[in-house]
Design a binder for this molecule. Sequence first.
Ligand code: ACO
Length: 311
Amino acid sequence: MATTRGGIITGWGIGVPDNVVTNEDLSARMDTNDAWIRERTGIRERRIGGTTSQWAIEAGLAALERAGRRPDEIDAVILATTTPDQIIPATSATVQDGIGVPGGAFDVNAACSGFVYALTTAHGLLAIGAERLLVIGSETLSRVTDWDDRSVAILVGDGAGAVVLEAVDGPGQLLSWNLGADGSLRHLLKCDHGGFLYMNGKEIFRKAVRVVIDSAQKAITDAGLTADDIDLMVPHQANLRIISAACQRLGIPEEKAVVVIDRYGNTSSASIPLALADALDAGRLNKGDKVLLTGFGGGMTWASAVLHWGG
Ligand code: ACO
């Protein structure tokens, strides 16, 4: 990638509700059961509650602390979310104020691909002179969920993950990126004003596997790598079966994929940074590792990026 100024992630953090909702809790309310949910999705429990700005602020502050940076050292907050606290203003305004960042703030909505879209956009800002950015994925899907609709209610979770991205001379960590969309498929996953989340799960499943493989493969090739070179894969956490199918077809062993869907469910834009933070906290990333981030979501959208950790 031709750039003279890149970025490196220097801090990360998460913010999630304390309230744990298990599959058993949901079974008491609707016609479903723990075995079905685990087998079909890989989810055991999810965190529910709060607001998108609340978890974004918590995750953002944790990432700043980890990076050893003060809020006033950040040039902009980029918040990926598909469940804003309100339509206007952007939720990033609440987050900017809550954290005390003096710089700019804007939201990115590319549904579950949002965090990779935001991270890619952030690298563009670094290339034209920004020094430090806070990139956050935060969601409260529970607020747009019909809790009597088992086709959606069993899947969703709330929370946020954040990273601090700092400019460096040279190419930085980002080796490649791939963003895509097909708006003719927007009817598959949607939420109208005042409505609830609707999805055609089967159709999304089918399409998701295809687009994720294609996007991830392009990003790996553009990075000048092959699947064998990928040390860690951080996929969007929509369904464990989608993650398994993607690993299989990409030729990446499943042990290399980070899985947090069992604990958090599908947290849309927050799922990739939540999984990345989990892998970092568990010491799964070493200097020099090649990391594949890849996801898909409503729109439909898809996005992948390959990072050279510590590069
Ligand atoms: N509990 C128990 N049984 C259920 C449930 C449930 N929650 N939901 C459906 N069933 C039943 C169905 O009625 C059906 O029964 P039948 O065979 O007697 O007719 C059977 O289970 C199978 O249902 P399917 O809908 O075929 O189940 P499937 O294996 O497709 O799994 C799922 C459904 C989990 C939704 C899957 O399709 C999926 O994960 N799709 C992708 C979802 C996704 O990635 N969304 C994108 C992101 S979401 C976002 O952006 C917020």
